[in-house]
Design a protein around this ligand. Structure first.
Ligand SMILES: [Fe+2]
Length: 277
């Protein structure tokens, strides 16, 4: 096995490991790599929908997205499609997936199907490092606080994206949950800064103005480039990220004359998480 680190902060590209092998031994290797690097990448892994689900199920029960419709035959798979002429792309700002849920996603396995010749990389930022390097005064203020994460409603997930379809059956309205701002990773015991620009709306126990000021300083800190890595997709690549300890950003750099004019298709499977503690 070969491990190539993507940056000094997080992320590794793994060679010589087959994601079709769902043995306990192989899964342990994958999970250990995930806990160490927080996001791991694989290229040239041809997985069917069944094989994609099989490796995901090793992490735990699969989740269906609260708002977005899955595939007819495989409701746990959300197909993320950017049309050729679209500038927007699903997931295009810093966030942790579904952090507004009471039990936000544990991990995500994203598989690329169609990738433009240029544009559409994904960035990840290490929230363990973000906590360690955060200003001490801010740490002191927020260490025992909770924050409200809001889903922003179904429209948010589909209205700007031509080919994304809503799931009309449940949870159509906006809803919110409170989570500790600093959570402890259930497997590594490490502290994680658990807020994000997209879904975290307010720190409980502060006036709105002070809450906004602190959150904005945190969001700026989380986006520091030295905490991040960036993955350049090719077709049939897989990313597995620990959604508890990273935030991510799908870069929508589809500008005329360069990135615009190509379709981008990904299949996403999410694994159920626990109540952040
Ligand atoms: Fe996402």
């Amino acid at each position: 096995m070969e491990i190539k680190l993507l940056s000094g902060a997080l992320g590794a590209e793994i060679k010589g490991l087959d994601l079709k092998d769902t043995s306990n031994e192989n899964f342990k290797k994958i999970n250990d790599l995930l806990l160490e690097h927080k996001v791991i990448f694989f290229r040239d892994q041809i997985l069917s929908a069944e094989q994609h689900k099989a490796i995901a199920e090793k992490f735990g029960p699969l989740e269906t997205h609260a708002y977005v419709k899955g595939l007819e035959q495989h409701p746990e798979i959300v197909r993320i499609i950017k049309a050729e002429d679209e500038k927007n792309q699903w997931g295009e700002n810093w966030h942790s997936d579904v952090s507004y849920n009471a039990k936000p996603t544990k991990a995500v396995i994203l598989k690329s199907i169609k990738i433009p010749p240029v544009g559409g990389d994904t960035c990840f930022s290490n929230m363990e490092l973000a906590w360690e390097t955060l200003d001490e005064k801010i740490k002191e203020k927020i260490k025992d606080k909770k924050a409200i994460h809001s889903s922003l409603g179904a429209e948010f997930f589909i209205k700007n994206y031509k080919k994304m379809e809503g799931n009309n059956k449940k949870n159509y309205d906006e809803y919110a949950n409170e989570h500790p701002i600093v959570r402890t990773h259930p497997e590594t015991g490490k502290k994680i800064l658990y807020v994000n620009w997209t879904y975290t709306k307010k720190i409980i126990g502060f006036e709105k103005e002070e809450s906004d000021e602190i959150l904005n300083r945190i969001f700026e800190h989380q986006a520091r480039l030295d905490l991040t890595c960036r993955f350049n997709w090719t077709e049939n690549a897989i990313a597995i990220w620990d959604n508890r300890s990273v935030i991510h950003y799908a870069i929508a750099d589809f500008f005329p004359g360069r990135g615009l004019g190509y379709e981008r298709i990904m299949d996403r499977i999410a694994i159920e998480g626990d109540h952040p503690q």
